[in-house]
Design a binder for this molecule. Structure first.
Ligand code: NAP
Ligand code: ZN
Length: 352
C-alpha cells in the first residue's frame, strides 16, 4: 500500500479539499497510472452532494473522478497490454464479476457486481473505491483503455465517460445516415454527443435552453439548433425524430421530446436527474414511441469509441483547471457556465 494526494468531500455539504488516500501495490494484472488529467462529470457533483441517495447513496469521504488519463508508471508481472511509459485511461468501471451473463455478453456496465471507479466497495483495501481526483490510481489492465496518440490528453479525458455514454446509445439505436437525431442539452455529454452524432452521419438537431450556445452547437456539428424554451421552434419538429438522446441533469419536460418522435421513435435518457420525470401515456401510445435509458458502455465499446475518436479527431472542448478550482467549477457547471467540460490538470495536485 502507498499513500497519494487526492481531493475529497467529507459530507454532502462539504467542499472538496485535499486528503491522503491509500492505493494498493499493483498485483500481477494491475497497472499503476500517474494521472495527468481527469474530466469533471456532472455525476461527480450528483455523487458528492448525495443527490442520488435513493439509488446509490454516497459513502464519505468521497474522491470523485471517472474520466482519467495518465502515464503508466508500474505494471504487474502478468500485464500484457501496457508497458511503463504508455498512456492509459480509465472510465467509470474498474472491475466486474466476469462470470455473470452480462459480463459473458461483454456488457460489463450492466454487471450487477461491477465496481465503479469511486463509491463502490473496494475489494482489495476495504472501504470504497476512490476516483480520479488524485495523483495516481491502480487498476486491473482489463479495465484500462488505450488512448490514440493523436488526441490531446486533457481534451480526450472526458471521452472516458461523456464520450462512451453518448457513443453507446447512438450506436445501439443506429443513429446514422438517413436518421433524424436530437441531442438535448449542450453540456459535457451533449457537446460530445453532437460531435459523435455528426461523425456517425445522422441529421443532428440540438435542443438547448441556452440561446447563447446556438453558434457553438453549429460549430460542433449540429445541422439545426432549437431553443427548447421556444414553443414555436419546438412545434416545427413535431412527429419527426427517429431518435433523441437526452443528456439533461435536472428536472425537465420529457414529454416535450416524446412528442417530437416519429412513429416508432425512441427517446433515450442518459441524463440522470435525481427526481422522477413525468411521462404522459399519450406521449407514448400515439406513435408507438419508446422511452429508454443507457448507462456508459462496455470496455470493448469504450475502446471502439476511443479509436473512432482517434480516426475522426474528436475530443471534448475543455477548460483546463487546477484542482484548487474544483469547488468553483462545480458551481459554474450548475449554471451551465462551462464550454463544455472542465478537465483537471493533475500536476496542480502534485505541486500542492
Ligand atoms: P452538464 O455538463 O452539467 O450538462 C447538462 C446540460 O443539461 C446543461 O449544459 C444544460 O444544457 C442542460 N440543463 C441543465 N439544467 C437544465 C434544466 N433545468 N432544464 C433543461 N436543461 C438543463 O452535465 P453532464 O456532465 O453532461 O451530465 C449530464 C447528466 O448525465 C447528469 O445527470 C449526469 O449524472 C448524467 N450522466 C449519466 C451517465 C450514464 O451512464 N447514463 C454518464 C455520465 C453522466 P443547455 O444549456 O444546452 O440547455
Ligand atoms: Zn461521468
Amino acid at each position: 500500500m502507498f499513500n497519494v494526494k487526492a481531493y475529497s468531500a467529507a459530507s454532502e455539504t462539504s467542499p472538496l479539499s485535499k486528503m491522503t488516500i491509500p492505493r494498493r501495490e499493483p498485483t500481477e494484472h494491475d497497472v499503476q497510472i500517474e494521472i495527468l488529467f481527469c474530466g469533471v462529470c456532472h455525476s461527480d457533483l450528483h455523487a458528492v452532494r448525495n443527490e442520488w441517495v435513493e439509488f446509490m447513496p454516497t459513502v464519505y469521504p468521497i474522491v470523485p473522478g471517472h474520466e482519467i488519463i495518465g502515464r503508466i508508471t508500474k505494471v504487474g508481472s502478468a500485464v500484457t497490454k501496457f508497458k511503463v511509459g504508455d498512456l492509459g485511461s480509465v472510465g467509470c468501471l474498474v472491475d466486474s464479476d466476469r462470470t455473470c451473463k452480462e459480463c459473458q455478453a461483454g456488457l460489463e456496465q450492466f454487471c450487477p457486481n461491477n465496481i465503479l471507479t469511486y463509491n463502490s466497495p473496494d475489494t482489495h483495501l476495504g472501504g470504497v473505491t476512490y476516483g480520479g481526483y488524485s495523483e495516481s490510481v491502480v487498476v486491473d489492465e482489463r479495465f484500462v483503455l488505450r488512448v490514440p496518440s493523436n488526441l490531446d490528453p486533457a481534451a480526450a479525458a472526458p471521452l472516458l465517460c461523456a464520450g462512451i455514454t453518448t457513443f453507446s446509445p447512438l450506436r445501439h439505436w443506429q443513429a446514422g445516415p438517413g436518421k433524424k437525431v436530437g441531442i438535448v442539452g449542450i453540456g459535457g455529454l451533449g457537446h460530445v454527443a453532437v460531435k459523435l452524432a455528426d461523425a456517425l452521419g445522422g441529421h443532428v438537431v440540438v435542443f438547448t435552453t441556452s440561446p447563447d450556445k446556438k453558434e457553438d452547437a453549429q460549430r460542433l456539428g449540429a445541422d439545426e439548433v432549437v431553443v427548447s424554451r421556444n414553443a414555436n421552434e419546438m412545434e416545427k419538429h413535431a412527429g419527426s425524430f427517429d431518435f433523441i438522446l437526452d443528456t439533461v441533469s435536472a428536472a425537465h419536460d420529457i414529454a416535450a421530446y416524446l412528442d417530437l418522435l416519429a412513429r416508432d421513435g425512441t427517446v433515450t435518457l442518459v441524463g440522470a436527474p435525481p427526481k422522477p420525470l413525468a411521462v404522459p401515456a399519450f406521449s407514448l401510445i400515439g406513435g408507438r414511441h419508446s422511452l429508454s435509458g443507457s448507462a456508459i458502455g462496455s470496455l470493448a465499446e469504450t475502446q471502439e469509441m476511443l479509436d473512432f475518436c482517434g480516426e475522426h479527431n474528436i475530443t471534448a472542448d475543455v477548460e483546463v483547471i487546477p484542482i484548487q478550482k474544483i469547488n468553483e467549477a462545480y458551481d459554474r457547471m450548475l449554471k451551465s457556465d462551462v464550454k463544455y467540460r472542465f478537465s483537471i490538470d493533475m500536476a496542480s495536485l502534485r505541486d500542492e
